[in-house]
Design a protein around this ligand. Structure first.
Ligand SMILES: [Zn+2]
Ligand SMILES: [Zn+2]
Length: 367
């Protein structure tokens, strides 16, 4: 049997399927057989304009993945053939002595100066089989699912982990609290489902486009969910929806636009935690967004908290694994409708579909 590897020749280019010899796992390594990959908005960006982190073209992209362990090398005891696993995107740097990524490390590998990620510096999973090296197997973000877990859910481990990193970096801001989600893309839709699962009092979903807002409200709404159009009255409408409170407790900024940051800071009141979740990149790179904070009044007396996460560490992977493994997100199948399912021979149409304004989560089937 051959390994089919899809190489993207360059930004805006074509995927070329190459048949390569099936690799054999060495000591400490495992070979995985891809089951599903889901498409991240970063894959859409990489496809359209590339990314400085990808230095070598042709490149193997796609990082949201679940796979079945296919063969294990000598000495591997954690995994066995047949195991269904999900894999994080941010991975250890490979230095076993690293204070972030190594054996005694914190697992916060997004803080490592040598941080790497799958589908970026490390080849992605647009291939039927892959070898995971020994350090990846020992220390990497690999979560094993119970028998019977749906691969359509398992492949969403990584985006869900990123979302949960942001929602849990500060304690006590979701359960019994008012949550505002700016933007109605996939990260907000995960956050909405997680907020309900974590016992939020109310979730206020804010979006500019009516189509996606209506899709998310229709499929994920409940009596605890309110949708608000982002128009000229958006700030007063959000604050009105927070009643009897004067402000939200948690604001997650999921719109990759400077305007989203501007809006989010206008919502901060007593005790508000702002998660600056979506990065903002324009044609000219990252803009510098100035915002003045009064450390005495805003931070000390009002207990406001500015925080951000990007990517996921072992913490988020563990939380996301539990959510999926224990079926805590009963509506997750609605992230992907029939127009968002593709076979691996249709990588380009899959990425183009993910770029559509109404799309939530495109899943590619490798089985
Ligand atoms: Zn992703
Ligand atoms: Zn490191």
């Amino acid at each position: 049997m051959k390994n089919i590897v899809y190489y993207l020749d360059g930004p805006g280019g074509a995927f070329k399927a190459v048949e390569e010899p099936m690799p054999e796992p060495g000591p400490g390594e495992i070979r995985i057989r891809m089951r599903r990959t889901s498409v991240c908005q970063s894959d859409v960006v990489i496809y359209k304009v590339g990314l400085p982190r990808i230095k070598q073209w042709p490149a193997i992209i796609l990082h949201e993945v679940c796979a079945t362990v296919d063969a294990v090398g000598e000495g591997v005891t954690k995994y066995a053939p047949g195991d269904l696993i999900g894999i994080g995107c941010d991975i250890p740097c490979g230095d076993l002595d690293c204070i972030y990524c190594g054996r005694q490390g914190t697992g916060d590998w997004t803080s490592c100066p040598n941080t790497i990620a799958t589908g970026h510096e490390f080849p992605g999973f647009a291939r039927t089989h892959a070898i995971l090296p020994d350090w990846f197997v020992e220390l990497g973000p690999i979560a094993k699912f119970d028998d019977g877990v749906n691969p359509d859910h398992a492949c969403q481990l990584e985006p869900l982990a990123c979302c949960l990193e942001g929602m849990t970096r500060v304690n006590n801001c979701i359960e019994n609290r008012i949550v505002v989600l700016i933007g109605a893309g996939s990260q907000s839709t995960y956050a909405l489902q997680c907020s309900l699962a974590m016992g939020a009092r109310k979730v206020i979903l804010v979006n500019r486009g009516e189509d996606r807002l209506q899709r998310v409200l229709r499929d994920f709404g409940s009596e605890r969910v309110v949708g608000i159009r982002w128009d000229d009255n958006v700030v007063s409408n959000i604050l009105e929806a927070c009643r009897p409170f004067n402000e939200p407790h948690f604001v997650m900024m999921n719109a990759p636009a400077e305007a989203g940051y501007r809006l989010s800071t206008e919502l901060l009141g007593y005790g508000t935690v702002l998660d600056a979740h979506a990065g903002v990149k324009g044609a000219g790179g990252k803009p510098q967004i100035q915002h003045e904070v009064d450390l005495n009044n805003d931070i000390h007396y009002k207990l406001q908290c500015y925080q951000a996460t990007h990517g996921s560490s072992m913490h988020g992977i563990g939380l996301a694994h539990r959510m999926i493994n224990e079926g805590m997100l009963p509506l997750i199948d609605k992230m992907t409708n029939d127009t968002e399912r593709f076979h691996h021979s249709e990588l380009l149409p899959a990425i183009q579909r993910a770029a559509d304004k109404d799309s939530l989560k495109v899943i590619i089937n490798w089985s």
